[in-house]
Ligand binder design. Structure first.
Ligand code: G6P
Length: 608
């Protein structure tokens, strides 16, 4: 949420900052700006517009200088206007900063600063930081930043430049991700690695409480008492191609189409055919710890919460353990009932979602062991978990999550398999799951061949204003996810419901204008779902059925059918989800929506 990038080196900063902002735009995109220190002072350009407009503006009026900071915003405090765009400056325009996070005591700080004579130019919480640093005493910019932050409650990823110390960027982290990119005679700061990959693969992930000082010829990291801290340099494992469109019109479509490969990457090296189990090296859960588990709780948000709901079915089935799935934002504010033997699993693509992180911390404080199921390597949830499973799905840029969802389900199956085998699942049953997992990439590729059919269905329904998605059992969460995808990117109202529960309300909405998407693969609840379809048909609803290849039962009921390959029932969500991702995508394109940057949304939600 919000993208930060900074550069100090020997070359012009502005072009590097703009490149970085383009890479980070998926984090927030309602305004953009940058500040360059050029020896004579700090110059700011900012707009209530996308990064492309900022680039045009800088084309007309270039800013020169070898040190700068930049920001692309997802508004929290104050509307997305030019005044509220970052960078923000102090009264004299000598200090400029960009910020990701929320300053919780901003109102109190602002009132005190105004009483002391400071003039504010924006409605943002961020601007208080610039004025605090202006007033702070200290021999260096970093000393003043440390002194100012002592007054602040809240979260921040922060980058600050000052006219008095050209060449220097001071960075601070508390609850919002920031990393340093280490180049030759040049240094970067960014809220994620995609912004620096073009220039360097060497990154330093900062910890909460860290203050970093960057100069073209080197950097050091301090704590709040100005003691030097040692931080490891990590290497970014993925290639530049992973964050480029590669010929696709949108990242969302690229990421949907990548799923045979991403599902393969999630299982790679983890399937033990002979033993019928999974090798999960990072799990950090030895056999005696497995034996102690009495219940599992999953905490997550958004699409990751949906994968958690699938995970409940999978893990209960494979292990016999009870699984509870919680919205992280709700869980963290409830009384955490500490029960011995609880294992908590935090699921998060980004590994930075604020509510998931806090829910995970709350669970740990209540005595639970905590694992992370995370895509982004080195992210906060990954680092704070006692163990976990990386998805290895590669960077996900499209705001609507697709490939991360299918990889999350695969990772949950691997976890269920591993725990199950430790707790009495027969070797043969385990081997069956392993074989089915190994076949999945091929089946995902075959499912993607439905694209042309899905596109034709999208054309017929793209003008509708409401959709209902229904499913049962392990495919009920797929109905929720299908509805979420559609509403996120096409702004059509869509609801997901357990198919039988429809009778208790949504059935009142059904008429010939209501498309109803049934997720109905051939499984143990299939006949029940067919009965629900009949109830819809009787009321004139238009039925789109996702079912299994070879199933010819539904011709009299469904207006349209999309048939996915057969697999084990517990794995079917990985396939049934794919036509729903494509349906949402094509409908959004037909409606002229900005698929990769849907309005009001952001990829990584680092505020509550
Ligand atoms: C945002 C994104 C969703 C995502 C959710 C949770 O709402 O737009 O796509 O599912 O956050 O994100 P996480 O990174 O924790 O999976």
């Amino acid at each position: 949420m919000c993208g930060i990038v900074g550069y100090t080196g020997r070359r012009d900063a502005a072009p590097r900052l703009l490149e970085g902002l383009k890479r980070l735009e998926y984090r927030g995109y309602d305004s953009a700006g940058l500040a360059v220190a050029n020896g004579g002072g700090v110059v700011v350009t900012k707009l209530a517009a996308r990064v492309a407009a900022l680039a045009d503006q800088l084309g007309r009026a270039p800013l020169h200088g070898a040190t700068g900071i930049a920001h692309t915003r997802w508004a929290t405090h104050g509307a997305p206007t030019q005044r509220n765009a970052h960078p923000h400056v102090d009264c004299r325009g000598e200090i400029a900063l960009v910020h990701n996070g929320i300053i919780e005591n901003a109102d109190v700080l602002r009132a005190a600063l105004q009483r002391a004579g400071h003039r504010f130019a924006s409605e943002t919480d961020t601007e208080t930081l610039a004025h605090l640093i202006e007033d702070a005493a200290g021999p260096t910019l970093e000393a003043r930043v440390i002194a100012a932050l002592a007054h602040v409650d809240g979260t921040y990823g922060l980058a600050v430049v000052s006219a008095a110390e050209p060449g220097k960027i001071v960075v601070a982290r508390q609850g919002s991700p920031v990393l340093l990119g280490i180049g030759e005679d040049e240094l970067f700061v960014a809220s994620d690695a995609s912004a620096v990959l073009e220039h360097t693969r060497s990154v330093v992930y900062l910890n909460d409480g860290d203050i970093a000082v960057l100069m073209p010829d080197g950097y050091h990291v301090l704590d709040r008492e100005s003691h030097v801290q040692l931080r490891e340099v990590d290497a970014i494992a993925w290639e530049l191609g992973a964050i480029e469109l590669g010929g696709y019109p949108h990242f969302m479509l690229k990421e949907i189409m990548e799923q045979p490969e991403t599902v393969r990457a999630t299982v790679r090296g983890r399937l033990l055919f002979d033993q019928g189990t999974a090798r999960l090296n990072g799990l950090n859960l030895p056999p005696d710890a497995c034996a102690d588990i009495q219940r599992i709780q999953i905490v997550a948000c958004g699409t990751s919460w949906h994968s958690g709901l699938v995970g409940r079915h999978v893990i209960e089935d494979l292990t016999g353990l009870p699984v509870q799935v919680e919205y992280a934002s709700e869980y963290r504010y409830r009384r955490q009932v500490a029960l011995p033997g609880t294992l908590t699993i935090a699921i998060s693509q980004s590994g930075e979602t604020a509510d998931t992180l806090e829910a995970m911390r709350a669970a740990r404080a209540a005595g639970s062991r905590v694992l992370g199921l995370v895509n982004v390597v080195g992210s906060t949830i990954a680092r704070e978990s006692e163990g976990g499973i990386y998805l290895h799905a590669g960077p996900e840029i499209g705001v609507a999550s697709t490939k991360a969802f299918t990889s999350q389900i695969v990772a949950l199956v691997l976890l269920g398999l591993y725990l199950g085998r430790q707790r009495g699942l027969e070797q043969e049953q385990g081997q069956e799951v392993v074989c089915r997992l190994a076949q999945l990439p091929q089946l995902v590729a075959r499912t993607l061949e439905l694209d042309a059919q899905v596109q034709a269905i999208a054309q017929r329904f793209s003008a509708r204003s409401n959709f209902l998605y229904l499913g049962r059992g392990v495919n009920f969460p797929v109905a929720l996810e299908g509805a979420l995808k559609l509403k996120e990117i096409s702004y059509i109202h869509a609801e997901g419901y357990p198919a039988a529960e429809m009778k208790h309300g949504p059935i009142a909405l059904i008429d010939e204008n209501m498309p109803v998407v049934f997720v109905a693969p051939r499984d143990e609840v299939y006949q029940k779902v067919v009965s629900n379809m009949q109830e819809v048909k009787a009321r004139g609803g238009r039925i789109i059925a996702i079912t299994t290849e070879g199933n010819d039962d539904l011709s009299a009921l469904a207006d349209h059918q999309l048939r996915v390959p057969a697999t084990a029932p517990l794995l079917s969500p990985i396939l049934t989800t794919i036509p729903l991702q494509l349906l949402a995508y094509h409908i959004a394109v037909l409606r002229g929506c900005d698929v990769d940057r849907p309005r009001n949304l952001a990829k990584s939600v680092t505020v509550e």
